[in-house]
Design a protein around this ligand. Structure first.
Ligand SMILES: C[S@@+](CC[C@H](N)C(=O)[O-])C[C@H]1O[C@@H](n2cnc3c(N)ncnc32)[C@H](O)[C@@H]1O
Length: 454
């Protein structure tokens, strides 16, 4: 990373370098000192920032000649006046929003443009560090790669790709997806990013970004500006030829997770062990993610005890009959669910009210986390998917089989691999928000197209 920082950009007398969150060992400062000695570069004047008192004390004891240490919060007001720096080098902390106090969240939200939604501290480190860069200066950070595509990082992506003169003052020069075990404290998919602050009066001729992928290939790409996901550009897939003007969102009534009851241990039975009196009036076949993997959706082995009518209404307690007698035996457990305690649901209701008019229709079902995307037909319209199964219900006039074939085919798969977020172990997260943007060929929706054109 330190070599990348100086590539085509070696230090001159009087340059300044910043190490945010330097840790007790200040490894980046040591690397800079070694490289400058080796290459005969003048040592830049360094500022290391560490707010952990123990680590700061440890760093203070290191013999690193070019370093001054500040024991302050890098995100606090003390740092706002410290710039400009010709170089920034770091491994910022990865602290999800759950790790922050209410006071911290409020303070960060009011002082950082990128502190939106469920932000993570490393996004804020980017913003602060970028603001401290001198024109022409370069920053190199190692972070999880997900800021390239997650919704929470949209403001940061926008900040660094705003388009050159005027709003954007930065050029993302390189994104390097490094080996997974290169930085032990990173949980998944580390990425080293080099960003340059454009000189104030420079006309940015080429703002292309070099991408190095984990399979050893590299390519140049133009990152989309305006904050949208960089996933397709980074993965080297130009899928713009796929655009048809029609998306999965256009041809479906809904793309949703299945039903949560808040107590599946009570409400779900093997189909051979349904308590007397419940079947058939008070049961509905159901399928879990696990069952889908092993047997698809055509022959589900489990059922839900279901108090809802086919129109989605919930009977009064006095109308529950055999369901009421069975449910009464589990009343205490059912009353303890958060939906009853906090949101005032009836004790015998499910955690979520099933949208029966949509769910009791033929549908396509899938798992939201999958090694490879796979979609199954649920043609009976009788199965209510469990919470671990997602389902999509088609608009009128859309061909079920054509859409299913398309979703399981190579074109849709390539698009999902380029656009969907990664979970651990290379699994894909098929979030409904992303899937709704999947382009679909017009042939799946011939009749629907007519309606859309009106
Ligand atoms: C992921 S570690 C990286 C440490 C070091 N750069 C390395 O690569 O070994 C992040 C460091 O940032 C420090 N840190 C976290 N929040 C900070 C803040 N608000 N201000 C300054 N330092 C912070 C942590 O104490 C930790 O040492």
């Amino acid at each position: 990373m330190a070599r990348r920082l100086f590539e085509g950009n070696s230090p001159a007398e009087g340059d300044r370098i910043l190490y945010p969150g330097c840790g007790g060992e200040a490894p980046f400062a040591k690397a800079v000192e070694a490289i400058c000695r080796e290459e005969g570069y003048p040592l830049p004047s360094g500022l290391a920032v560490e707010n952990d008192p123990g680590l700061a004390e440890q760093a203070e004891g290191l013999e690193i000649n070019h370093l001054r240490l500040r024991k302050v919060d890098f995100l606090g007001p003390e740092m706002a006046e410290e710039g400009p720096f010709d170089y920034v080098l770091g491994n910022p902390p990865y602290v999800p929003i759950e790790g922050l106090s209410e006071e911290e969240k409020a303070r960060y939200r009011s002082s950082f443009q990128v502190a939106k939604g469920r932000f993570d501290l490393y996004l804020l480190f980017f913003e602060r560090a970028l603001s401290l860069l001198a024109p022409g200066g370069r920053l190199v950070f190692v972070t999880p790669e997900k800021w390239e595509y997650v919704e929470t990082a949209r403001p940061l992506r926008k900040m660094v790709t705003g388009g050159g003169r005027g709003s954007a003052n930065y050029h993302v020069e390189e994104i390097n997806h490094i080996e997974e075990d290169a930085f032990p404290q990173l949980t998944a998919y580390p990425s080293v990013t080099a960003i340059r602050r454009i000189e104030d009066d420079a006309a940015p001729a080429d703002l292309a970004t070099r991408i190095r992928t984990r399979d050893g290939t590299s390519h140049r790409t133009q990152l989309p500006s305006g904050g949208e996901s960089w996933a397709a550009a980074v993965r080297g897939k130009d899928l713009s030829g796929m655009e048809t003007g029609l998306t999965l969102g256009d041809v479906t009534v809904r793309v949703s997770p299945g039903m949560a009851t808040g107590a599946d241990a009570v409400f779900v039975f093997s189909k051979d062990e349904v308590p007397k009196g419940l079947s058939p009036k008070w049961t509905r076949p159901t399928v879990s993610g696990e069952e889908l993997t092993h047997g698809g959706a055509s022959n589900p082995q489990s059922v839900f005890a279901c108090p809802y009518r086919s129109d989605g209404t919930l009977p009064k307690e006095s109308e529950l009959g055999a369901f009421g007698e069975w449910a009464a035996r589990h009343r205490e457990r059912l009353e303890n669910r958060s939906c009853v305690q906090k949101t005032g649901k009836q004790w015998y209701a499910w955690h979520e009210t099933p949208p029966m008019q949509d769910i009791l229709r033929p549908k396509i079902v899938f798992k939201d986390i999958a090694k490879e995307p796979k979609f199954w037909a649920e043609r009976t319209g009788e199965i209510i998917p469990r919470h671990t199964v997602y389902y999509l219900v088609l608009e009128e006039g859309v061909s079920f089989d054509q859409l299913l074939d398309y979703l399981n085919g190579p074109v849709a798969k390539e698009w999902m691999e380029a656009h969907c977020q990664r979970a651990a172990n290379g699994f894909l997260r098929l979030q409904s928000r992303v899937l709704r943007k999947l382009p679909v060929p017009t042939r799946v929706a011939r009749e629907r197209q007519g309606a859309l054109a009106l």
